[in-house]
Ligand binder design. Structure first.
Ligand code: G3H
Ligand code: 13P
Ligand code: ZN
Length: 284
């Protein structure tokens, strides 16, 4: 199959009231782990690449690997830019063949975020690419913040309503208490806020920083309207910890395949587990 858009995948998720995993990739083994997991679970899947991943692997390599993966797969696959912070980056990905982009204007003042999101949307609409935007600030787990600072970062429901009305964006990433990276304690999600946002906007909601969020909290967020769940850190942990274990166990091993192969397996296992939690198994 050719790559499909994230909108197509999320529209079906909305109808079926489940969520689809968006998994970050950096290299061939992780792309294969994502596709292998989606095929084993008969689930639609979103492969996403950050600006850092694109810089590391190269835009054409990421696009080429995802296109090949989709062609060979028997499940719907989308290729999405994660946290694109400029109009130019979004355009480069659209030109290369991404079927979805995130314009992350969360660091911009509201009016600028709306204006830049609309600039990306105008082009994306013309060529059939979907667009995700972010409102509120999803920080990193390393950020040391006070309770009131945290509150100020969370998505304001009325602002979300205005944002969606003035952009017509396809999906919205919200800040409800999750953060990127490894959590120190258990993250506390603001479900009341999520409920209110969902009552005011009629687009699929995206949850970032989902690694390390307990399964029950993820399921509750899905029951309240989350349709795309972003996972990176849990894949990094599975992949890198496995490489480290193999190297420690066999210090003389020099065959990369003997180190990367088990890492790919471990990444695939964790992705399968996530897909089951999100409820998208058997939905391809
Ligand atoms: O949201 C951030 C993702 O985990 C990507 O991280 O920018 O280090 O590739 P990265
Ligand atoms: P984690 O690394 O915390 O899973 O977050 C991933 C993410 O939100 C990518 O956009
Ligand atoms: Zn994110």
């Amino acid at each position: 199959m050719a790559l499909v858009t994230v909108s197509e995948i999320l529209q079906r998720a909305e109808e079926g009231k489940y969520a689809v995993g968006a998994f970050n990739c950096n290299n061939m083994e992780i792309v294969q782990a994502i596709i292998g997991a989606a095929e084993a679970e008969k689930s639609p899947v979103i492969i996403q690449a950050s600006q850092g991943a694109i810089k590391y692997a190269g835009l054409d390599w990421i696009t080429g690997m995802a296109k090949l993966a989709a062609q060979q797969a028997g499940v719907p696959v989308a290729l999405h830019l994660d946290h694109g912070t400029s109009f130019e980056q979004c355009m480069q990905c659209i030109k290369a063949g991404f079927t979805s982009v995130m314009f992350d204007g969360s660091k911009l003042p509201l009016e600028e975020n709306i204006a830049e999101t609309n600039r990306v949307l105008a082009v994306a609409r013309a060529v059939g690419v979907s667009v995700e935007a972010e409102l509120g600030k999803i920080g990193g787990t390393e950020d040391d913040i006070t309770v009131s600072e945290r509150e100020a970062m969370l998505t304001d429901p009325q602002e979300a309503k205005e944002f969606v009305e003035r952009t017509g964006v396809d999906s919205l990433a919200v800040a409800i208490g999750t953060a990127h990276g490894q959590y120190k304690g258990e993250p506390k999600l603001d479900f009341e806020r999520l409920k209110e946002i969902k009552s005011l906007v009629n687009v699929p909601i995206v949850l970032h920083g989902s690694s390390g969020v307990p399964d029950e909290a993820i399921k509750k967020a899905i029951s309240l309207g989350v349709r795309k769940v972003n996972i990176d850190t849990n894949i990094r942990e599975a992949f890198t910890n496995t490489m480290r274990r193999v190297i420690n166990e066999k210090p003389g091993e020099i065959d990369p395949r003997k180190i990367l192969g088990p890492a790919r397996e471990a990444a695939m296992e964790i992705i399968r587990e996530k897909i089951r939690v999100f409820g998208s198994s058997g939905r391809a």
